[in-house]
Design a protein around this ligand. Structure first.
Ligand code: SAH
Length: 236
């Protein structure tokens, strides 16, 4: 069976992968060949004996920048392995914030090529020349793109058929239909004086569904006014 999804990573730390993606459900899926992970070591495209990939920034200033010529060769090699429909993305705090919709889009593309930056980042020309999409994991600065890539790939892999198991309820989760998820409870019935909301143990499925929907709306309205206003707008 060919994999349902392939992640191709350009990195100077290939040994960081599969990392967390080698454990639990994603790890089992990887072992079973449901999805594939390939790393390309950017240092393999360097031509000096130190295998260096970075240089000082033009215009001065602190830190180092990953060189366009070396990254260009690495991206060419990655493109040769990739299908044309796979997105080519650079992990970057300047990028558009990764969302559930991106996870769905990558999954249906069947693969993705991810460039993980280090140092101060990459030479701008390589992003322009290859029309690379910049994607961020959030408004904070990491020391490299590898942990960001793992976060995003985790979100993609769990969407693949057969990864989450038969009881998966992916369609009721946070961000599906533009709402956050309702609260969960399980045994014991009473814990430290706190009871499970009575409706959930009533056996009345329709009332349970109504309660959950109300909670989803309530939580979204209070916690995420941004999601709430799009939800209200789309409902009209
Ligand atoms: N000088 C850059 C930060 C470089 S951090 C700036 O101020 O924008 C080094 C690398 O970590 C980046 O090249 C990028 O690949 C990765 N990285 C850092 N923060 C990230 C984030 N929020 N999302 C995705 N990748 C990030």
């Amino acid at each position: 069976m060919s994999p349902l999804f392939t992640a191709q990573l350009l990195t100077i730390f290939p040994e960081m992968f599969p990392g967390t993606l080698g454990q639990s459900l994603a790890g089992k899926g990887l072992k079973d060949g449901k999805w594939a992970l390939k790393t390309l070591d950017i240092r393999d495209f360097s031509s000096d004996k130190h295998r260096s990939v970075d240089d000082t920034p033009a215009g001065g200033g602190p830190g180092m920048v990953m060189r366009a010529d070396i990254l260009g060769k690495a991206i060419d090699a990655a493109k040769a392995n990739a299908k044309p429909e796979w997105p080519l993305v650079y992990m970057s705090p300047r990028g558009r914030r990764f969302e559930q919709a991106d996870a769905v889009r990558w999954q249906s593309a069947g693969g993705v090529t991810i460039l993980c930056g280090r140092f101060e980042g990459v030479d701008e020309r390589v992003l322009e020349a290859h029309d690379v999409e910049e994607i961020s994991v959030g408004d904070f600065v990491l020391s490299g793109g590898e942990p960001a890539a793992m976060v995003m790939l985790d979100a993609v892999v769990r969407l693949l058929p057969g990864i989450m198991g038969a009881n998966a309820t992916l369609d009721e989760e946070s961000f599906e239909n533009g709402l956050l998820e309702y609260p969960h409870y399980t045994r014991p019935q009473v814990w430290e004086g706190r009871e499970i909301p009575a409706v959930l143990t009533s056996g009345h499925h329709k009332k349970v569904a109504q309660w959950r929907h109300t909670k989803r709306e309530e939580l979204t309205r209070i916690r995420r006014p941004d999601l709430w206003s799009s939800y209200v707008r789309d409902k009209k």
